[in-house]
Write a protein that binds this ligand. Structure first.
Ligand code: PGA
Length: 266
């Protein structure tokens, strides 16, 4: 936490979600090294995280011994072990250096991932003190503002039985699905409005002090040329970045932009 003009502030969190990219370990190494090489020496309190596909995590951890680039998993299963073919557990992820998990991404929800499973993984991850990014977002912007109800429903389901004491490791990523990978971005005003709405839901559940603990980031076609406005007028606490995180120079430009911002948390 930083202090700025007497206001409490949070450090921006910049997360690159590589999704099902790149194709090989060789290419993953190249991309990671290109990012590492360009990472500014002074990050200005920005936390940088990369979420590669599972098979690449160990090797990339080896390439980032200083921890200046933290590693995330793109999903995680709630059970610790047992007969769950194809799943990956939190202890497994921790054992290869993962400190952050992304849960409930819309591309996984579209494959059938349910609120209950997202909530179970979130509870397990927060209990283990992992930084836990829960994604929420509407499929479309309807004219009756039903998108607030969609986001509220996803939030309430994801936060079920999560105690107040574990909120400091929780991050909410507002990712309107219509903006993901499309080049269409929420306006900074829309992002800000949704941030305030998410904060309202959090306050209703946990009380006002919770606001200082939970970061609210934005995802959906974040690029170097819209990052500043989203941080400034949008007042979001960071980004979840897909496409632009696969281009080292773009990812670094966004990190540099974020390093010039010190965000107010409330
Ligand atoms: P995008 O993806 O930046 O390519 O829109 C964001 C995400 O899906 O997290």
């Amino acid at each position: 936490m930083l202090q700025c003009n007497g206001m409490k502030t949070v450090s921006p969190l910049i997360v690159g979600n590589w999704k099902l990219n790149p194709e090989t370990l060789h290419d993953a190494r190249d991309l990671f090294l290109a990012i590492r090489k360009r990472l500014p020496r002074q990050l200005g309190d920005v936390a940088v995280v990369v979420a590669p596909p599972f098979p690449f995590i160990s090797e990339l951890r080896r390439l980032a011994p200083s921890g200046r680039i933290a590693l995330a998993a793109q999903t995680a299963f709630a059970e610790m072990k047992g007969a769950h073919t194809g799943e990956v557990s939190l202890p497994m992820l921790e054992s290869v250096g993962v400190t952050t998990v992304i849960l409930g991404h819309s591309e996984r929800r579209a494959q059938g991932e349910q609120d209950a499973a997202i909530n179970a993984s979130a509870r397990a991850a927060l209990k283990r003190k992992l930084t836990t990014i829960v994604c929420v977002g509407e499929l479309e912007r309807d004219t009756e503002a039903g998108y607030f109800g969609v986001v509220e429903g996803q939030l309430i389901a994801a936060l079920r039985d999560i105690p107040k004491t574990q909120l400091k490791d929780l991050v909410i990523a507002y990712e309107p699905v219509w903006a993901i990978g499309t080049g269409a971005t929420a306006t900074p005003e829309d992002a800000h409005e949704m941030k305030l709405f998410i904060q309202k839901v959090i306050v209703a559940h946990y009380g006002r002090p919770a606001l200082k603990k939970v970061r609210i980031i934005y995802g959906g076609s974040v690029k170097p040329d819209n990052a500043a406005a989203l941080l400034d007028a949008g007042a979001v606490d960071g980004f979840l970045i897909g496409g632009a995180s696969l281009v080292a120079t773009e990812f670094i430009d966004i990190i540099k932009t974020a390093s010039t911002y010190v965000k107010r948390s409330v």
